[in-house]
Design a protein around this ligand. Structure first.
Ligand SMILES: [Zn+2]
Length: 184
């Protein structure tokens, strides 16, 4: 299980590196097709929980409902929700260090979190098979505000105030999510 997981992360890193190097992005579509957005099969998560697609569908029904209502409100609310949740999880000790993030994101089925780079003023974190955006049609905007909020909140508690931005996302035509964390 452990080695299988690490091999998978390595495969995803290759995809990430190739896409960033070639600046490869899928062409934008005008609108999010709910059939495509709501029905996805995440290979790794389906392997560990066969009913994964049903749970993702429920989560995305909420996400899609908010997106149809107001994309900007959705972004603010989901980021705030993720931020507050992560602050709680660092408060209860469920997240004690940055190295706990992959385990928590895996356990909650949010996605496969991969810490790409850590330096004194900047961090890079990727998510693969993300619950919010995996295989979403490219609609010209990022979709993972909840995840961005969680990363921002956790890192603020553990390290310090930061700005977390999602720069790669299925919503932008990539095959993974990439977050850049800059310390203030
Ligand atoms: Zn994303």
């Amino acid at each position: 299980m452990e080695s299988e997981y690490l091999t998978l992360i390595e495969k995803w890193r290759e995809i990430y590196k190739t896409e960033v190097r070639n600046r490869k992005r899928m062409p934008e579509v005008a609108q999010l097709n709910p059939e495509e957005y709501l029905n996805v099969r995440r290979p790794f998560f389906t392997h560990i929980s066969p009913e994964d697609a049903e749970y993702v569908r429920t989560f995305r029904m909420v996400s899609y409902g908010m997106l149809s209502y107001s994309p900007s409100l959705r972004a603010v609310i989901l980021r705030g929700a993720g931020y507050n949740l992560a602050r709680r999880l660092t408060g209860t000790g469920e997240i004690k260090s940055v190295d706990d993030l992959p385990r928590v994101f895996l356990k909650q089925r949010i996605g496969l979190l991969d810490i790409i780079d850590e330096s004194f003023n900047k961090m890079k974190i990727n998510i693969y098979e993300c619950i919010s955006c995996y295989q979403s049609p490219p609609i010209g905007r990022t979709l993972c505000d909840f995840e961005a909020g969680m990363i921002q909140g956790a890192i603020e508690s553990l390290i310090g105030k930061n700005i977390t931005r999602e720069i790669y996302c299925w919503g932008l035509g990539n095959s993974f999510c990439g977050f850049e964390i800059v310390f203030e």
